[in-house]
Design a protein around this ligand. Structure first.
Ligand SMILES: Cc1ncc(COP(=O)(O)O)c(C=O)c1O
Length: 386
């Protein structure tokens, strides 16, 4: 097997007759056929080829191939957004009457799927707290089909033990689905620990420059086939242009992530010593409650830090208003450092009780550490913390 950086750069679609060095962009909605028989054979899947860009396109296939190789998966399907990936993956595999066991700390819109939309189709869920993995087995019912989690979690930066989740899923014949958005395939490969499917919001560190939206699911070919057929009919496909951008971005994922993680560790160490910052959480800080698990399953700690400002919601808002270099934005995983107040933005649709249960306190701040010089990032946070 090639090394990660080589896969990222050398996984490339076949060259055209022009012998281009870098991958071209195929902006075409459909493809033509030699004759009626070629068309029939293509539609009946006797031939593997591009038919229509809602199903496949050379740019989306290149992007999917790269992510699949990086995650140690055979195949996958790419989506217009991370949420399209989460929704389509779950909706393709779940039937009326099925039940999902999920970590409580999931992205706000994923929580919305479990609590608001899936109940309409008679699909129920049970949540476990991130520090209560031992309670998962007690939540499993005969109709439970999927075990779902993110790690590190958004926004609390908690870590779930992937090996343990893999064992539980295997024992109860559940499909284990991991949203690997915060780690990227460079830092963590959940399939190694028993995940059946891995989902990414490519909008975040995979693009890494805050330009395009995208999502992808890779893993078990039989499950991907179900997801592909669902998506071919329902249309959440990634655009070829975004696939081209994302595939180019993957070429630099390793070098970008090395620097993101180096900066983030320095920022986390600075915050730990700041009197106005409390409960600083970063996976590779020794003080992180799941530090040992993070070390076991992650290559580096990622670029997201969460902490609480002394003084609760008012102090939190004042901090957000005071940053000068860092952006006030809901995105993460950009070259630009970003500060977010999850309780009033990304997770505002959760009730105050649900927020607290998911570890989102009123004063919680999420920092996405970028690629500016780390001294400038620290200086900005220091002046904003007062
Ligand atoms: C963990 C996680 N999953 C999924 C998503 C959704 O991704 P997108 O915004 O690309 O739809 C996000 C977005 O922040 C996220 O943080």
């Amino acid at each position: 097997m090639e090394n990660f950086e080589t896969i990222a750069i050398r996984t490339q679609m076949e060259r055209s007759q022009y012998l281009e060095h870098s991958t071209p962009l195929y902006l075409t909605s459909s493809y033509i056929f030699e004759d009626a028989e070629d068309m029939r054979a293509s539609f009946s899947e006797e031939k593997e080829r591009n038919i229509y860009s809602r199903f496949t396109n050379p740019n989306t296939s290149e992007f999917v191939d790269k992510i699949a190789k990086m995650e140690g998966a055979e195949t996958g399907y790419a989506f217009a957004t991370g949420m399209a990936a989460v929704f389509s993956t779950l909706a393709a595999l779940l039937n009326s009457g099925d039940h999902v066991v999920s970590a409580r700390s999931v992205f706000g819109s994923t929580h919305g799927l479990f609590t608001k939309y899936f109940p309409k189709w008679n699909i129920s869920h049970s949540y476990f707290n991130v520090n209560e993995v031992d309670k998962i087995e007690g939540l499993v019912k005969p109709e439970t089909k999927i075990l779902f989690a993110e790690t590190p979690t958004n926004p609390g930066v908690d870590i779930l033990d992937l090996e343990r989740l893999g064992e539980i899923a295997k024992k109860h014949s559940l499909i284990l689905i991991i949203d690997n958005c915060f780690a990227t395939p460079y830092l963590q490969n959940p399939i190694k620990f028993g995940a059946d499917l891995v989902i990414h919001s490519a909008t975040k560190l995979i693009d890494g420059q805050g330009r395009v939206l995208g999502g992808v699911t890779v893993g078990n070919p039989e499950l991907i086939r179900e997801i592909y057929l669902f998506s071919r009919n329902t249309g959440p496909a990634l655009s070829p242009f975004n696939a081209w951008v994302l595939s180019k971005s993957l070429e630099t994922l390793a070098v970008r992530l090395d620097k993101h993680c180096e900066n983030a560790l320095k920022v986390a160490e600075f915050l730990e010593n700041e009197p106005n910052a409390e409960n600083v959480k970063y996976p590779f800080l020794k003080s992180h409650p799941q530090y040992e698990i993070a070390k076991k399953q992650m290559k580096l700690g990622g670029n997201i830090i969460s902490f609480e400002i002394k003084g609760g919601i008012e102090a939190g808002r004042k901090f957000i208003d005071s940053v000068k270099l860092c952006s006030r934005s809901a995105n993460l995983g950009d070259t630009r450092s970003i500060v977010t107040h999850p309780a009033s933005t990304t997770h505002s649709k959760l009730s105050p009780e649900d927020q607290l249960e998911a570890g989102i306190t009123p004063g919680l701040v999420r920092v996405s550490v970028g690629l500016e010089h780390v001294d400038d990032i620290i200086a900005d946070l220091k002046q904003a913390l007062g």
